[in-house]
Design a protein around this ligand. Structure first.
Ligand code: BTN
Length: 255
């Protein structure tokens, strides 16, 4: 397994390197791991702060035996893999926030950034699943604005984990679940994902594709992996993109 892990002391972004390698033909299952990222990428153009010695930052190249319309579901498959490894290894309860955040005790511990080359014509399709986990961070290691909303495995369990051991378990589980997704279909992944759905039944607010602000209760992801929300008038919306906020009576909590 370790043979398939390319390890670097520092990279701008493991997703960027993995994407380049995939374009050059790197195989399914190749992993790019960096101990530090100078330009770690988050979703929606955000940064993923990646200090050395505090977190795991890695990307897995996937060339799954799946039709292209299954690719968007891979984010959820990867999130479930992370949840199952953290539950077994750290004995914590894990929540999954659609589409790709991993929560412990109501705080974000891990983010997943999935990228694919589906719009590039005449190339073999691939996906890059980038995973960032706060492993050994202490509260003061997070930027001030994240100290209330972020957590780490160390904060939650007071345990020092081996990055290498965690990395191996995570890569193996992601690849095993992708195999399960290929062989048995997405339904069995989705069933386990839904058991950990952090947003289910909560009131959300988001900006629709047309720029309209919509408020409603989360119904969780449907069979295609898209999130469904019922607004106050009973209309069901599919959340296609954009950031979701949790709404409460005092206002909006942006996460
Ligand atoms: C998010 O929650 O916004 C997603 C964060 C994803 C961060 C990981 S760290 C490893 C990989 N390389 C990157 O540049 N980003 C992802």
């Amino acid at each position: 397994m370790l043979d398939d892990i390319l390890s670097f002391d520092s990279l701008p972004s493991t997703n960027a390197t993995a994407y380049d390698l995939a374009q050059q033909g790197a195989p399914h299952g190749r992993v790019v791991w960096a101990k530090y990222q100078s330009e770690g990428k988050g979703r929606l153009g955000k940064k993923w702060i990646s200090p050395p010695g505090k977190g795991l930052y890695f990307s897995i190249i996937l060339r799954p035996d799946l039709s292209l319309d299954e690719y968007p579901k891979l984010t959820l498959t990867a999130g479930l893999a992370v949840a199952e490894v953290l539950e077994n290894t750290c004995k914590v309860e894990v929540g999954l926030k659609w589409p790709n955040d991993v929560y412990i005790s109501g705080k974000k511990c891990c983010g997943i950034l999935a990228e694919a080359n589906l719009s590039e014509v005449d190339t073999e399709p691939f996906a890059v699943i980038g995973i960032g986990i706060n492993v050994l961070s202490e509260r003061q290691d997070f930027p001030e604005d994240l100290q209330e909303t972020a957590t780490s495995l160390f904060i939650e369990t007071n345990t020092l984990y081996s990055m290498e051991e965690l990395l191996e378990k995570l890569c193996r589980q992601v690849l095993d679940l992708v195999k399960e997704h290929e062989k048995l279909g997405f339904a069995c992944i989705l069933k386990r994902w839904k058991k950990r759905d952090f947003l289910y039944g909560r009131t959300l607010e988001w900006v629709s594709g047309s720029g309209e602000i919509i408020r409603g209760k989360s119904l969780g992801p449907d069979d295609t992996g898209q999130m469904l929300v019922r607004d106050n008038a009973g209309k069901i919306h599919e959340v296609l993109s954009g950031d979701i906020s949790l709404a409460n009576k005092k206002g909006i909590i942006n996460e």
